[in-house]
Design a binder for this molecule. Structure first.
Ligand code: ADP
Ligand code: MG
Length: 491
């Protein structure tokens, strides 16, 4: 159970310092308070039993003592109300027995946490401090839109040190490092264009460049923003007739990084502005780093001159991850979190979750969180259990061929009927079921599915999908057929 103190705002902290006069005193006071809370918890546990204690107090955290009032924090409204109503008096009584100064106890809802990315790993050690991190970035020109949006703060743990290098990403990694280490951009390597699938580390590398550059020279002006944010700011500037300020933002940067540039495709006015910004910085020999989910050649809806310009520097791709890379990322994450996770579990995850690194991390987080919160031993079975929804998806690689075979043998018709033009109910209905399952269980589009069923039109497939959806509601036997087939195919 979490006993991490949850300090109030800085305001509270400051007034606490006054009470205890000095930092050491403050810490001592804190420790004493935690000791008292520990004793109160022990008595509570004895009285209400382990189970009830875990249920209600398992995630309640100690806040602070101020002017005789103890503040506790509950994770949800429900727990807050329940604990307050049913245990408030007891908590107060126990507390008074260990500290007479306490006059009342208040249960609050936990203050909203500092925004955490959903994929952030639990219990990561503090990020190695770099001079740039934790300091607000310098304002680059006047604010546009909401002030703090001007520059996006980099993610602290996205450093080179935390980036695991393997075959799929070694080139992109080397290229990124090179930028962080060179004094002047080499024209033939400018821009650096990193591309690769979702969740493979593009943003991580860009933030790592940011950290490294600022570590080298805190005065370096690095501007990182997503293409989406670029477009939004530009549109805002147009709307408020303040394009001057928008341009000003880019004027003095040393390095410009734009993440997910594929977003700009098809947005013509923004594209022009981006191109203009881009060119003027290149002319000044400023380094530019771009990332994208696609190689330059596949940026459709982008003017040709721009496409060739974006790819005119160094293009580095990140390939799909390999088992080895996934495993070493998991190992390094588990190590960083200081949670012993058995090798077999890491191997299991690296083997099963092969989509992207973000999902991989998410899976590890879930397993670790389960282990910590529920106190369950981390084993392969436990991971399987905790991740069953994710693993189902990962395993869900059903093909149209399999579907057609299963369905035709289930209904006892010839496989060829799946693609035949016959419309008799006896074959048409099973065919519709198969189309429905193809839509549900594969990632194919309606036209792709139609093709596999005797070159039928996508509207026919759509009709089949709707029909079966309707029948599943009105006709129990169809609903059962579909469920059974689905289970067989996925099992
Ligand atoms: P992208 O921008 O390519 O979609 P991200 O950079 O956001 O992907 O990466 C997704 C998650 O995976 C992040 O938490 C990142 O730290 C992690 N990650 C990706 N590649 C690596 C790597 N090689 N080593 C360590 N972590 C990685
Ligand atoms: Mg990204």
């Amino acid at each position: 159970m979490s006993r991490a103190p949850r300090g109030g705002g800085t305001q509270d902290r400051q007034s606490e310092i006054v009470v205890f006069a000095g930092r050491d005193m403050e810490e001592q006071g804190r420790r004493e308070l935690e000791g008292q809370w520990g004793r109160v918890c022990d008595r509570l546990r004895k009285e209400i039993g382990d189970k009830a204690f875990k249920t209600w107090f398992g995630e309640v955290e100690l806040g602070e003592l101020k002017l005789g009032k103890i503040r506790l924090y509950a994770p949800t409204r429900f727990v807050r109300d329940w604990v307050g109503r049913h245990y408030g008096d007891r908590v107060l009584a126990y507390w008074q027995s260990v500290n007479v100064e306490v006059k009342n106890v208040e249960v609050n809802l936990v203050p909203p946490p500092t925004p955490r990315r959903p994929n952030e790993i639990i219990a990561v050690p503090p990020v190695p401090s770099s001079p740039g991190y934790a300091q607000p970035m310098p304002r680059l020109g006047p604010a546009i839109g909401r002030g703090d949006e001007v520059v996006q703060a980099p993610e602290g743990r996205y450093t080179f040190a935390n980036f695991v290098v393997g075959k799929p990403n070694e080139f992109a990694y080397a290229a990124a490092r090179n930028i962080a280490e060179q004094d002047r951009p080499l024209p033939e390597r400018n821009p650096l264009y990193i591309f690769g699938g979702v969740g493979l580390g593009k943003t991580h590398l860009m933030h790592a460049i940011w950290h490294a550059l600022r570590e080298r020279d805190p005065r370096t002006r690095v501007l990182y923003l997503t293409a989406e944010s670029f477009v939004n700011k530009f549109i805002h500037a147009l709307r408020t007739k303040n394009t001057g300020a928008f341009k000003e933002m880019f004027r003095n940067v040393d390095v410009l990084m734009v993440d997910d540039v594929q977003f700009i495709c098809g947005k013509e006015t923004s594209q022009d502005e981006f191109f203009f910004t881009f060119n003027s910085l290149v002319e000044q020999n400023k380094q530019i780093v771009l990332s994208s989910e696609k190689p330059p050649s596949e940026l459709h809806d982008l003017e040709e001159r721009m496409r060739s310009r974006l790819g005119s520097g160094l293009v580095a791709d990140i390939h799909a991850s390999t088992y080895e890379l996934r495993l070493s990322i998991l190992q390094s994450r588990a190590e960083a979190a200081r949670v012993p996770v058995p090798a077999a579990v890491l191997e299991f995850l690296a083997h099963k979750i092969n989509t992207n690194i973000r999902e991989l991390e998410g899976a590890l987080n879930r397993v670790v969180a389960h282990g910590q919160l529920i106190g369950r031993e981390i084993t392969v079975e436990m991971a399987q259990d905790v991740l069953h929804d994710l693993l189902r998806q990962a395993d869900r690689k059903v093909t149209v061929d399999e579907i057609q075979q299963r369905v035709s043998s289930y209904y006892n018709i010839k496989l060829a009927e799946m693609s035949s033009p016959r419309r008799a109910r006896a074959v048409a209905r099973p065919r519709q079921v198969a189309m429905y399952l193809a839509k549900q269980l594969t990632t194919l589009s309606l036209p792709q599915i139609g093709k596999r069923f005797g070159n039928r039109d996508h509207t026919t497939v759509m009709h089949a999908v709707r029909k079966i959806e309707e029948l599943k509601v009105s006709d129990n036997s169809i609903a059962e057929d579909v469920e059974l087939l689905k289970r067989q195919l996925q099992g």
